[in-house]
Design a protein around this ligand. Structure first.
Ligand SMILES: Nc1ncnc2c1ncn2[C@@H]1O[C@H](COP(=O)(O)OP(=O)(O)OP(=O)(O)O)[C@@H](O)[C@H]1O
Length: 251
């Protein structure tokens, strides 16, 4: 199975009287790692929520599978849960991924899949830890692990690296390479422009509508970064310098 092609045609979204997205035309090619970048509040998370059917949109959003529909997985920006929940990481993953009632022990096959997914995100030793005791980066790794069960054909990631340390970033990069080698389509919201330059096949700038779209090396120019993240002059100067530093020497 290879991943699907995803297309947005004149997509719009209005929430509580506010226009969040307008006339979004965008194509995510099958098997591509496609990054979405843009300023805070630009509508990136809303775009993926619309794609996942969680927000009412206008226009057209289509997922074209090469054959029968495959597996779609989503890694949200953060996980809201009760910190006092007496549940281990393994139990939480079982509840999120298994098709059995949560009060039954996970089937052996499901347990194997959980062990393997946790190992892929470097969390093998944390399998028995209570979810409420996880650090921010560990929670993010656990969220990534749930998206690997079963192996996804379309993976939607909302800032998956925000809390990751260096080892976490390395594990994430390996995973993306593995998914890409399998032909999965990855739609990836990211603020780390250097990572986008390293890993993405294509990048789209979004601020309510599409600002630019193309290969990262061609699109993430210094001028582009200046305008993309400039809200007011002093913040713009700070942000652009930081963004340029992060984007690395290739610029
Ligand atoms: N239910 C809602 N009602 C009204 N406005 C909303 C609602 N949900 C989101 N918004 C607004 O839509 C805008 C876009 O939000 P969204 O989370 O999609 O942005 P984003 O590009 O993902 O931002 P960030 O980079 O900060 O994560 C924001 O101004 C937000 O306040």
């Amino acid at each position: 199975m290879t991943g699907p092609r995803v297309s947005f045609l004149g997509a719009g979204l209005t929430l509580g009287g506010a226009e969040i997205l307008r006339g979004v035309d965008l194509e995510i090619a099958a098997g591509y790692v496609h990054a979405i970048v843009g300023p805070n509040g630009g509508g990136k998370s809303s775009l993926v929520r619309a794609l996942l059917g969680q927000a009412p949109h206008s226009g057209e959003i289509a997922i074209d599978w090469p054959g029968a529909p495959g597996v779609t997985a989503y890694v949200p920006q953060a996980l809201d849960f009760d910190r006092g929940l007496p549940m281990t990481v393994t139990d939480a993953l079982a509840a999120m991924t298994a098709r059995r009632p949560a009060f039954l022990r996970p089937a052996a096959r499901d347990r194997d899949a959980i062990v393997s997914a946790l190992a892929r995100v470097g969390m093998a030793e944390k399998a028995g830890r209570l979810v409420g005791a996880l650090s921010g980066g560990e929670r993010q790794r656990a969220l990534m692990a749930q998206a690997l069960i079963p192996e996804p054909d379309l993976l939607v990631l909302d800032e998956p690296m925000a809390a990751l340390d260096e080892a976490g970033v390395a594990a994430f990069e390996t995973l993306i390479a593995e998914l890409k080698a399998r032909g999965a389509t990855v739609l990836w919201i990211e603020h780390d422009l250097a990572a986008v330059r390293r890993l993405a096949d294509r990048v789209t700038g979004l601020n309510r509508s599409v600002l630019f779209d193309g290969p990262p090396a061609a699109e993430l120019t210094p001028e582009r970064l200046l305008t993309l993240f400039s809200h007011h002059p002093a913040a713009a100067a700070r942000t652009s310098v930081a963004a340029l530093r992060r984007a690395g020497s290739g610029l």
